[in-house]
Design a protein around this ligand. Sequence first.
Ligand code: NDP
Length: 407
Amino acid sequence: MTYLQKIIDDVKLKDPDQPEFHQTAEEILSTIEPVLNNNSIYVKSKVIERLVEPERQIIFRVPWVDKNGELQINRGFRVQHSSAIGPYKGGLRFHPSVNLGIIKFLAFEQTFKNALTGLSIGGGKGGSDFNPRGKSDLEIMNFCQSFMTELYRHIGQFIDIPAGDMGVGEREIGYLYGQYKRISNTFEAGTLTGKGISYGGSLARKEATGYGVLYFVNSMINYHGHSLTGKKVIISGSGNVALYSCKKAVELGAKVIAMSDSDGYIYDENGIDFKTMHNIKEIQRKRISEYVNYFPKATYTKGRGIWNIKCDIAFPCATQNDIDVNDAQALIDNGCFAVGEGANMPTTNAAIKLLLDNNILLAPAKAANAGGVATSALEMAQNSARLSWTFEEVDSKLKEIMKHILK
Ligand code: NDP
């Protein structure tokens, strides 16, 4: 048995109920053998054994009161994975599927992604099994305040800087930061990123992950002699990453023909209208199925199946394991030539192998979606300097960072 296989086996033995963490550990460890062969010091100093064990894992109770006055109890998590090159940095996910294994996988991936940006940020991730779907603003506020009442003691601008992820956007960051400010009695803006512009947020942060994915994929396909002009694109999800991927894809000349949520997907052969989709999802906070009320020629289909639509480029921007081997085969059969991972670990390891074996260009998540965290670091820089940069300044820095990552 090889050295790396033994580490993977130990990881599985120690935490047998964490399949997503096993998956990411297997994916990363299976690629680093050449590095270890040339650097025996890494083996001697047990760098890999350290990497698969987070520095700290925090689990806490989150009691909160719902709109009927009933007490609800959720579980909160923060995994502080690595502070080797800077303070822990990574988002918070509110989704019913959240458990320790999922937060551990995300924190592990975050450490590599953050290092790739070239900025001095370590890796962490957190969240809760709280389901924000259908909750009122008041319930969201109650939950966020209770969540922060415990989390605040573990974070800080030089310790650990959370941000958004699934189910956590500008509204939630606002409630979280407000509570942090009250408890800590400081205006320490650099403790959370993804804030509103009026209290320390950065222009272009909201757009950064999606825009970064498109900058990365555009450069990658240009290098291989392709362009986005006229390309048919599918984007899974319709949240923060998906929406701003859609906006930038259209700006760069592509046509976005399908998008989804966890209930189903929209197909519009004329190209999805970003403004309408943004209004439905971000302003009205409704389901994607509403889109056909504005564009009757578009169709809505319940359930999975978005990857069976013929396209040139696929952007999985929803959640982990969105593209399995069957989906990958459908993409290949339909002539898709590139996949840009906007979500974290959206492609199973078997599907990645199939795509690569068929010479599909693959922009891996740890590189392609790093624009979000990189721009969070730019938000921290502005907070430290007590300055606000223009949208164009931040966007041009984001472009440079994505270029640097691709190189
Ligand atoms: P959001 O909560 O804003 O959006 C998530 C979207 O994915 C929603 O449309 C949701 O639909 C959909 N979705 C969730 N589960 C499924 C499913 N099983 N099938 C189809 N669609 C699904 O999250 P983000 O856009 O912020 O995050 C999306 C991904 O990008 C995640 O993997 C996240 O970790 C990653 N990411 C996010 C960054 C950021 O800056 N926000 C940075 C880097 C990575 P529904 O409303 O039905 O749940």
